[in-house]
Design a protein. Structure first.
Length: 316
């Protein structure tokens, strides 16, 4: 092994499961590092070049996780869409997903985050074709302004992103579609900020992860002129989070009366209505299922209410 992260060519297997965190859903990293050079990001310097876990190793790990009782596995990576391009022979994420579904008994497979230009029709079709694929796509956006996307060294523009999000909604009408967005990137004007808000408003997104820009030493963004004032970043982030909450709430309310298959998690509680157990739906919604249930159990829950930002479900 070499001490230079940029020379690393192997990815070690270390699924995150159980332990003190009490994870019900193991997270299996199948890709690490990044070959891209977004101007705000230090990942290439600290995590090295993109490298992938060979398909046979992924299959073996998921089989082992299933043997240990896993019912949902989350595939993670820094740049999952780049999975397999470093391998010989090359592999692709879509084909890996097909193999996992064909060659393992995992009951639900979830993919963490995929860059928008890697969310192809073929990939979406895999999600649509199998009930074992979680109805959940997370596509980083970062900005709705083409000028800012160019300054970020992102390799798509707002309308490219919009077409991918709309395609995902067309094929997966009940899916969660999430996005990352950065508030206050250097030189971002109020017009740029409003362009981001307008794009998000019209897209079929169901939640946002909002990040306030923070300068990272060694990145191109840290050296840029026209840094946005801290109070402006706070305001813009607040407005983005409010829009994200509005999107999330609308998606939650659309579930009322529906019955969804949920996986119980390692958390329970009690309120005025009685005991409840936290569970997660295929489309990434937290549901409080009435009653005390063991973790890692699939239930069919009818959504009866939404209170204080929580969906309420009754096992049927």
């Amino acid at each position: 092994m070499t001490g230079d992260i940029l020379e690393q060519r192997e990815l070690l297997v270390a699924p995150v499961e159980g332990g003190e965190a009490g994870h019900t859903r193991p997270v299996l990293k199948i890709q690490d590092g990044c070959n891209k050079r977004c101007s705000y990001c230090v990942i290439p310097q600290v995590r090295g070049r993109s490298r992938s876990l060979a398909p046979h190793a992924v299959i073996d790990e998921i089989r082992k996780l299933c043997e240990r009782g896993a019912r949902e596995v989350v595939l993670s990576g820094i740049d999952l869409g780049n999975y397999g391009r470093d391998l010989s022979p090359h592999a692709v994420l879509g084909e890996l997903l097909r193999r996992i579904l064909d060659e393992t008994a995992i009951e639900r497979l979830r993919v963490s985050s995929v860059e928008p230009m890697d969310v192809t029709e073929d990939l979406i079709a895999i999600f649509a074709a199998s009930g074992r694929m979680a109805r959940h796509l997370h596509m980083p956006l970062q900005s709705g302004s083409d000028r800012i996307l160019a300054a970020m060294h992102r390799w798509y523009r707002a309308e490219h992103y919009a077409r991918r999000a709309e395609l995902a909604r067309e094929w997966l009408p009940d899916a969660a579609i999430g996005a990352d967005v950065i508030a206050g990137f250097p030189s971002e004007t109020e017009e740029d900020h409003q362009a981001t808000l307008s794009l998000i408003e019209r897209l079929p997104l169901t939640y946002l992860h909002v990040f306030s820009f923070s300068s990272r030493p060694g990145t191109a963004a840290a050296e840029m002129q026209n840094q946005v004032a801290a109070q402006e970043i706070v305001r813009r982030a607040r407005e983005l989070r409010a829009l994200g909450e509005k999107k999330k709430s609308a998606f939650q309310l659309a579930q009322l009366g529906h019955t969804m298959r949920v996986l119980t998690l390692n958390r329970s509680g009690k309120d005025h209505s009685g005991q409840w157990t936290r569970a997660l739906s295929s489309n990434y919604l937290d549901v409080r299922v009435s009653g005390r249930w063991p973790s890692n159990q699939f239930l069919d829950a009818k959504i009866s209410d939404c209170k204080d930002g929580n969906l309420i479900g009754i096992s049927v």
